[in-house]
Design a protein around this ligand. Structure first.
Ligand SMILES: Cc1cc2nc3c(=O)[nH]c(=O)nc-3n(C[C@H](O)[C@H](O)[C@H](O)COP(=O)(O)OP(=O)(O)OC[C@H]3O[C@@H](n4cnc5c(N)ncnc54)[C@H](O)[C@@H]3O)c2cc1C
Length: 440
């Protein structure tokens, strides 16, 4: 996509399939024979990530082997997207603490792999932040399988570490998403992880602006970042009050029905006689809370809770509204953004805040990085950090706005910033020096 033009929101190519790696205990040939074997829960337990030992503690989830979770609720939120809530299968009574999941929330951005047992494939999915307490979590909407909405009353305490929620889009011909879309409440799914991503808190440092360009289900990491940076959970260690950062999300979808939580939309008005009366008007959809999806209510609740620190704007292909250079320039010239110019320029070699270092990162796992920030204050009161542009969504969406990630020696590196943000950087020298672009 040409960098300076408005970009389509429709690039729902998706991510690289990740075949499972069996241990040496089982020979896998032919594939269908193993698939049949894997259908039994006992065989599932023999799978391990090649080259890594199982985490032999009693946490409910680990990166080495798949753990069983049970679907507690499934809610269709748009014709192609649904929310799947799951809880660890072995939890018979009250909530179960998971140190790993607690650490993942404190870290910020993370995902888990879910597997399709027949085909032996796994895909990443991004847990949504816990919803506000009931009655918020009441499940609404139709059942994709044609029956009544499947919901389990009381499943939404919002605080349980052993309960995870995902926004999942059913892709045309997509193996995993179609498989998940057919599962029902009470069925089991198999998870491993958590896989930690960028440490948005550390990369932001004392800067205050995080802008997410999110395509489709790329909204999930944007909400994770907002949860990490804005919610006053003591474990996040993030300052609250006026020092809180601002998380601005530009959410692009193909279809208006996927613009969940949107309160107003521009609708074209047909021109009257002699061309009078044309233009656009703002339509406010009915705000009947009972008919809104839990996802829409979660967005509205975050807006209410965080006020000016949480902002979401909607872009919809079928309404011919696309995230454009003009929208991004508007972000850069907001009063609160220009007012934050007390940032010291990042040191060129800083592993956390320099664009050059980010371009060379072999992966997004900031939890594994041990080096410190090497930026220096040049004047009293200088703040250290970097404003963040995060681009999340299907590969085509990321490429259009930030350029492709680069494969080198088996690593998926960030690569240079290209796409729309890359050309803005070139055409506005100096203006984006405080900004880091992270491709999720
Ligand atoms: C870190 C991370 C987090 C993610 N989080 C989420 C999330 O929260 N929610 C979510 O919904 N997704 C998420 N994804 C994407 C998810 O992992 C899957 O990629 C997605 O669900 C599609 O998988 P699939 O198996 O259904 O589709 P695939 O079978 O992988 O196919 C994807 C698309 O490509 C097309 N396709 C496949 N093969 C071909 C081919 N040979 N030729 C042409 N077209 C082809 C399919 O028709 C389909 O449209 C995330 C991905 C990553 C990497």
């Amino acid at each position: 996509m040409h960098a300076t033009s408005a970009v389509s929101n429709t690039m729902e190519t998706h991510f690289q399939p990740q075949p499972l790696q069996p241990t040496g205990q089982i020979s896998i040939s032919p594939r269908w024979a193993l698939a049949a074997l894997l259908f039994s829960g006992a065989a599932l337990a023999t799978f391990r990530l090649a080259g890594s030992a199982a985490d032999d503690d009693d946490d409910i989830i680990n990166k080495a082997s798949f753990s069983a979770f049970t679907i507690t609720s499934k809610e269709q939120v748009s014709p192609t997207a649904f929310i799947l809530s799951i809880r660890v299968s072995k939890a018979a009574g009250g909530p179960v603490d998971s140190q790993r999941i607690g650490q993942a929330w404190a870290h910020g951005l993370w995902s888990v792999e879910i597997k399709q047992p027949q085909l032996q494939i796994a895909r990443h999915y991004t847990p949504l932040p816990p919803p506000p307490p009931p009655p918020f979590t009441k499940s609404v909407g139709g059942d994709p399988n044609g029956g009544k909405a499947q919901a389990e009353a009381g499943s939404g305490s919002g605080c349980r570490d052993d309960e995870l929620r995902f926004l999942i889009r059913k892709m045309d011909g997509g193996e995993m998403s179609n498989y998940l879309s057919k599962l029902r409440v009470g069925d089991q799914v198999w998870l491993r992880g958590p896989h930690l991503g960028f440490d948005v808190g550390r990369r932001l440092g004392e800067a205050r602006d995080v802008v997410f360009l999110a395509g489709g289900t790329g909204i999930a990491p944007a909400l994770q970042a907002a949860h990490r940076l804005l919610d006053s959970r003591p474990s996040t260690g993030v300052a609250v009050g006026d020092e809180k950062p601002t998380v601005s999300i530009m959410w692009a979808n193909r279809r208006a029905v996927d613009a969940l939580g949107r309160e107003q939309r521009q609708i074209p008005v047909r021109k009257g006689w002699f061309g009078l009366g044309g233009g656009a008007k703002t339509e406010t959809p009915q705000r009947d809370e009972g008919n809104q999806s839990s996802f829409a209510r979660q967005i509205l609740s975050m807006k209410k809770q965080h006020g000016k620190h949480f902002d979401i704007s909607y872009f919809v292909d079928e309404e011919k509204s696309f995230i454009s250079a003009k929208d991004l320039v508007a972000i850069l010239s907001r009063p609160q953004t220009t007012a934050s110019s007390g940032l010291a320029s990042p040191a060129k070699s800083c592993p956390w805040h320099s664009a050059t270092s980010v371009a060379r990162l072999p992966n997004d796992n900031d939890a594994e990085r041990v080096s410190d920030c090497s930026c220096k204050r040049t004047a009293p009161g200088d703040r250290l950090g970097a404003e963040l542009f995060c681009v999340s969504g299907p590969d085509g969406f990321i490429e259009a706005y930030a350029g492709p990630k680069r494969w080198q020696e088996g690593n998926e590196m960030q690569g240079a910033v290209q796409g729309l943000l890359g050309s803005m950087k070139k055409s506005r020298p100096g203006e984006m020096d405080d900004w880091l672009v992270l491709k999720l």
